[in-house]
Design a protein. Structure first.
Length: 198
């Protein structure tokens, strides 16, 4: 895809994402793009860049397992033991690789925002936080804690992330599923930051 006007890149991304996703998942991606753009304006980030990362975040969400494996093999990506057991994490890993190597979007911040939008990690950039929160709070979301997390996002991205990570970790624990170390690192970092602010 290369470089170009942000609006043109976004339009091209919409077409590619639409061709890869069901209508419902495509609508979710549009909602995340819109929410990422809104949050970017609020928190001082380039809104076009946030919109592009938002539309692309789930590009591999509905890919068959074989296509995930092809991307992993093609680009030499080695999954951790936890990632191997957590298929839900694969689309972020393979999607970011696809965006970088196939669509040729070389912006490392967009790559990382896609890569960590599900698991999170310590040391996240502003764009990574925005896409993580936008995915949790897009207008199509209707899970139990969503209104509280949306309210938290009006106060700070970090507050919304803490709530989102708590929700995710509780869900994984309730199902006896492994927790990605990145999620724990992000949560601990945010909690420690909150303590330092007190």
């Amino acid at each position: 895809m290369g470089k170009g006007n942000s609006d043109n890149v976004f339009i091209a991304c919409i077409k590619i994402v639409k061709s890869r996703l069901s209508n419902e998942r495509f609508k979710h991606s549009l909602n995340v793009a819109n929410e990422a753009k809104r949050l970017a304006k609020r928190y001082g980030m380039d809104p076009q860049k946030a919109e592009i990362a938002g539309i692309l975040h789930d590009i591999f969400k509905e890919a068959p397992r074989e296509e995930h494996l092809q991307i992993l093999n093609r680009f030499g990506i080695i999954l951790t033991d936890i990632e191997k057991k957590s298929f839900k994490l694969w689309h972020a890993i393979t999607g970011s690789a696809y965006v970088k190597h196939v669509l040729h979007i070389k912006d490392i911040d967009i790559y990382n925002a896609i890569r960590y939008h599900t698991s999170a990690r310590g040391g996240m950039s502003l764009l990574e936080k925005i896409v993580f929160v936008a995915d949790f709070t897009s207008k199509d979301r209707n899970y139990g804690d969503v209104d509280r997390i949306r309210e938290d996002a009006t106060i700070s991205l970090e507050k919304a992330m803490r709530s989102g990570l708590k929700y995710t970790i509780r869900e994984l624990l309730s199902k006896n599923l492994p927790i990605d170390p990145g999620s724990i690192a992000a949560y601990n970092e945010l909690v420690l930051k909150k303590f330092r602010e007190i």
